[in-house]
Design a protein around this ligand. Sequence first.
Ligand SMILES: NC(=O)C1=CN([C@@H]2O[C@H](COP(=O)(O)OP(=O)(O)OC[C@H]3O[C@@H](n4cnc5c(N)ncnc54)[C@H](O)[C@@H]3O)[C@@H](O)[C@H]2O)C=CC1
Ligand SMILES: O=C(CO)COP(=O)(O)O
Length: 334
Amino acid sequence: MAQKPLSHIGIIGAGAWGTALAAVAARAGRKVTLWAYEPEVADSINRQHLNELYLPGIPLDTSIRATTDLSAVSANDALLLVCPAQALRSVTGSMARHVKPGTPVAICAKGIEQATGKLMTEVVAETLPEAVPAVLSGPSFAADVANGLPTAVTLACADDALGEALVEAIGIPAFRPYLASDLIGAELGGSVKNVLAIACGIVEGRKLGASAAAALTARGFAELTRLGVALGARAETLGGLSGLGDLILTCGSRQSRNMSLGAALGEGRDLAEIIAERVTVAEGVATAPAVVALARRHNVEMPICEAVAAIVTGEASVDDAIGGLLARPFKREA
Ligand SMILES: NC(=O)C1=CN([C@@H]2O[C@H](COP(=O)(O)OP(=O)(O)OC[C@H]3O[C@@H](n4cnc5c(N)ncnc54)[C@H](O)[C@@H]3O)[C@@H](O)[C@H]2O)C=CC1
Ligand SMILES: O=C(CO)COP(=O)(O)O
């Protein structure tokens, strides 16, 4: 049977990324309902067509309807999950009874659950077992996407027809989803690059130089690839938009919240203070210890992620972590 077009899209999470995706789906001609955690965010989207808290200054299509009612958003043809990774289990758990069996659910959050070490696909398999999971991930800053600048992402779905329908539903010339079937590869790249971006930020903040940043990015990619392959991901996914592509973007720009948080750490600022002055999430902080625990369980060496985890959990100072990495024995590159 031919796949029905997905004309009604529900977006769960009205932060910067959920709002940017709502803008894209509306431009693609879809009817969009956007779930906001904060009533004032829903109000600002409905009345002023702006999300002043998370995506300030970008006018939104007047057809986007915001709600704080999870049941209203869960009954759409397709759902995009765009809340922070650490909140995803509680949000999907509350949605479960409203989601129709067979609904495609695209995970757009980038992180690993700290309490369990589980990937977002595992969390969704447990909380929404009758949904068809997909992963949307890649190099895409929310502001760039909302402003209509050209971007390309990976859209991974094991069901080809549903994957194609999702691409059709949200793809526009300036937002190009590339279809894939490797969900683990697609989600792992986005989760691990946030941790590596904190490390690159530290290099920038400590003024360790462009050569150090390039070395760290390449060795970070080696770590990401080792873990991905151990978890069954395909190397070509890890080297694609959602892996290497997003790593290059996030490690190279202070527009990234993870990178800029790392830069502030590198400048000697206190983590609690940096977090307290932000409204938006930097997923790498919670994901760093989760990546390290996952890597240890699979006997995968990830020294850069270990160093970031030690810094964000207060087990090591920035200088001790840098010293520890530089003192590692010389080894073969691959
Ligand atoms: N901003 C970006 O450029 C991109 C972000 N992402 C990912 O999308 C996810 C969301 O990021 P953003 O929208 O940028 O974050 P944000 O910091 O702009 O917004 C976070 C959103 O989560 C909501 N929230 C906070 N606590 C919650 C809870 N306990 N339960 C439910 N919702 C809660 C907030 O109300 C807010 O709507 C993250 O995993 C991020 O890595 C992915 C690609 C691009
Ligand atoms: O994932 C992103 C771009 O692809 C956004 O990165 P930050 O969360 O570090 O801002």
